[in-house]
Design a binder for this molecule. Structure first.
Ligand code: BG6
Length: 516
């Protein structure tokens, strides 16, 4: 029997990870927000779990001129501030001593030649060849120069075919429409082989998202029901309580559909609805996701009866405090038509799902931060309990709460004890915090580690991003051409505009009260 334990994260446990090869991690965008909040703390926590290779070097690359020492100090401060575990100097000492900084423009070949020298110097210091991992955590306008320069200076081809093969991690956005996504993919594959490429969607690093595969395929009771015969509709909500904060400049060029739906929410959908993969190998899983994405029907673009709606938040309340509307936020064009909320009705035309609507919504400044997938089952046939008002029946529902308060809840109906013939819905509840404790690794820890060991399961393949953009690009163009026409509003701190409810009413559905 084939041994797959080397190739995917679900069966292999930690032993595989302890074997991460000697690595030099280069972070482009070293003084950026993501580096401070997520990447450096993730490295520290990997170190604390003894999961970093013994020979490990870190090089920050940024435009700002900075001595090595200043970058080291910055890293210490960021870890102290953002790590899920308190900073312990003995854990970081070895990494700190092998932390360097390279300043230069992303389009400056000389800076890349100098980066190459720095990697070689680190190898000399550590006494062995290091696998270079290039983490591109910059604004998208410099993705291409970085990729081209890595190709031109030979760093992209380093160690090809060996255990120390160069790898590149890219953060979204992977384009802003189909054409730009294709262009980016062409640039990536001009310089790297697809197997060297790790496109991050940090939702795939979340424990609950990984658990979706185990829930579906590691249990026998759900899969027989997971189809059009038993499922009435599926609702995926990714709601955020925060507004755009200080990211107005980025967000105003993006909007809810590009920022959250096209990537994170579609990944949740793909894992929920795809066919069982033949094995848990990365390519088998990614093939199934692509097949699913391709089966989604093109969106109807009618402004009144279309499959999508969009809205912007206006002034409202968050945590009891008055907060400004989107157009009054810093960095937002006063006449911006960027949507901060969007909702969709998707049809998947395959044997499993034809006729089952998949509803998706995501927004900023909503009533609560909560992400969940709710599978709502059909009512029982026969109507034995439907004639009497004392019988309060709820549809059976399986809710996978991605965050916060991660868990899975199954709603069934039960007889209320007593002589009266009454029923009420009850819940079977599994919470991660109760069962496993709450200090679980952050998405970036898992993803950086998986990249170092060459496991692509939790990363997006080029054709996945293109399939998703193929679906959304005509809509985004249509919205752009429509200006403010059809752009709804909702009060900050609410569950979105009424138009999102109307999207469901047509088929006699309603959004469920999430988190309950
Ligand atoms: C990012 C988006 O990809 O995901 C942000 O750019 C969003 O706008 C964030 O806030 C949400 O991530 P999480 O893990 O907090 O749900």
């Amino acid at each position: 029997m084939a041994d797959h334990s080397e190739r995917h994260p679900f069966l292999s446990g930690l032993s595989k990870h302890r074997g991460a090869p000697a690595t030099c991690l280069v972070i482009f965008g070293a003084s950026g927000d993501l580096t401070a909040r997520k990447l450096l703390p993730a490295l520290f926590n990997l170190g604390a779990d003894n999961l970093l290779p013994t020979e490990f070097a870190l090089i920050g690359f940024g435009r700002k001129a900075l001595p090595d020492e200043a970058f080291r100090e910055m890293a210490l401060k960021d870890i102290g501030r953002y790590s899920r575990r308190p900073f312990r100097p003995e854990i970081w000492q070895r990494v700190g001593e092998n932390t360097f900084y390279q300043s230069g423009g992303y389009d400056e070949p000389a800076a890349f030649a100098s980066l190459k020298e720095k990697i070689e110097a680190a190898e000399k210091k550590l006494g062995r060849a290091l696998q270079p991992v290039f983490y591109i955590s910059t604004p998208p306008n410099v993705f291409e120069p970085i990729l081209e320069n890595l190709g031109k200076c030979g760093l992209a081809q380093r160690g090809l075919g060996t255990a120390a093969e160069a790898k590149v991690i890219i953060e979204k956005p992977f384009g802003r429409d189909l054409a730009s996504a294709q262009e980016l993919n062409r640039c990536i594959t001009r310089n790297f082989l697809e197997r060297q490429v790790f496109r991050i969607d940090h939702y795939l690093g979340k424990e609950t998202v990984q658990d979706l595969l185990v829930l579906r395929f590691g249990n026998s009771i759900f899969e027989p029901l997971w189809n059009r015969n038993y499922v009435d509709n599926v609702q995926i909500t990714v709601a955020e309580e925060l507004g755009v904060g200080t990211r107005g400049g980025y967000y105003d060029n993006s909007g809810a559909t590009r920022d959250m739906i096209q990537n994170h929410t579609m990944q949740l959908l793909a894992l929920t609805a795809m066919e069982p993969p033949v094995t848990l190998d990365a390519e088998d899983i990614r093939n199934e996701k692509v097949k699913l994405l391709k089966a989604i029907q093109p969106l109807r673009l009618d402004p009144d009866r279309g499959d999508a709606i969009r809205a912007q938040y206006v002034e409202g309340l968050a945590d009891g405090e008055k907060v400004p509307g989107y157009l009054q936020e810093e960095g937002i064009a006063p006449n911006s038509t960027t949507e901060t909320f969007s909702a969709f009705r998707l049809n998947i035309n395959n044997w499993r799902w034809a006729g089952v609507p998949f509803y998706l919504r995501s927004g900023k400044r909503m009533a609560r931060r909560v992400s969940e997938i709710a599978i709502q089952f059909r009512p029982p046939v026969g109507g034995l309990f439907s004639s009497d008002t004392r019988y309060e029946l709820s549809p059976n529902r399986l809710v996978i709460q991605i965050q916060p308060d991660e868990g899975v809840t199954l709603t069934t109906n039960s007889k209320v004890p007593g002589l009266e013939p009454r029923t009420q819905p009850v819940k079977m509840n599994f919470r991660y915090a109760t069962t496993y404790g709450s200090n679980t690794p952050e998405a970036y820890e898992r993803l950086i580690l998986d990249c170092m060991v060459g496991d692509r399961t939790l990363f997006i393949r080029g054709d996945e991003t293109e399939s998703s953009w193929r679906l959304f690009t005509p809509l985004l163009d249509f919205w752009k051409d429509s200006g403010r026409r059809g752009l709804e509003t909702y009060a900050a701190g609410s569950w979105g505009p009424l138009a999102a409810d109307r999207l469901l009413w047509n088929l006699g559905h309603g959004w469920r009260n999430v988190g309950r």
